[in-house]
Write a protein that binds this ligand. Structure first.
Ligand SMILES: O=P(O)(O)OC[C@H]1O[C@](O)(CO)[C@@H](O)[C@@H]1O
Ligand SMILES: [Fe+2]
Length: 201
């Protein structure tokens, strides 16, 4: 090592070695800003449009999830990583969740390691196969290439995960925004249940 580098989010291109701290309690990093997705950014994604509208009444706009995206250069040798925090809540009986996406380079996989909370990773591929895997602290979920992925908080605490994927993978939101997922995860008798999405096109 010939020089020291400040740790933190100021990422140079090409990258130098660096270290970043993410809290094991709330998933956040003091050194890097998070991107926040409020409910108003998820129009049409929940099955119950009326429940969605009523949660946004009178100017309310709850924070559904936030994540750290560090701006790692999107070249094929790099890894993008960060934490993702989905807050507890529901729209009607459907749990708070991320938008979800395919990777633009469809074959690109991703790993999520759960640090806190409880939930599910909902996945589906263009061939129509779907799957859910459970998140609980200590569980690592592998999202294979070709699978769209959405994190869902089925518990009462923030669902905190750490993710890593190939930095050039890209995000394809269009397909999910127009077609939706085949499945939704809702609360039934106090338990999560996977149902057909009535809005799926
Ligand atoms: O991109 P979405 O579906 O809004 O969800 C955000 C999460 O997915 C990621 O894009 C990783 O796949 C992270 O930035 C973040 O954890
Ligand atoms: Fe992804």
């Amino acid at each position: 090592m010939t020089q020291t580098h400040a740790t933190g989010p100021k990422l140079a291109n090409p990258l130098n070695p660096f270290t970043l701290y993410f809290s094991l309690n709330n998933g956040l990093s003091d050194a890097a800003p998070s991107l926040k997705r409020h409910l108003s950014k998820m129009k049409g994604m929940y099955a119950d449009d009326e429940a969605y509208r009523s949660l946004l009444a009178d100017g309310a706009d709850p924070l559904v999830y936030e994540f750290h995206e560090l701006g790692i250069p999107e070249s094929d040798g790099n890894l993008a990583f960060g934490t993702s925090i989905v807050y507890p809540g529901k729209v009607g009986d459907e749990y708070y969740m991320t938008k979800g996406h395919f990777h633009t380079i469809l074959d690109t996989a991703e790993v999520y390691y759960c640090i806190g909370g409880k939930g599910m990773m909902l996945m589906e591929n263009p061939e129509g196969d779907w799957d859910v895997q459970e998140f609980a602290p200590g569980k690592a979920v592998y999202v294979p290439g070709r699978y769209a992925h959405r994190s869902i908080n089925t518990g009462h605490e923030p669902l905190i995960t750490f993710y890593v994927f190939r930095a050039d993978a890209g995000h394809d939101y269009g397909t999910i925004e127009t077609k939706g997922y085949r499945k939704i995860v809702v609360e039934r008798d106090g338990q999560p249940a996977v149902l057909d999405n009535p809005k799926w096109k």
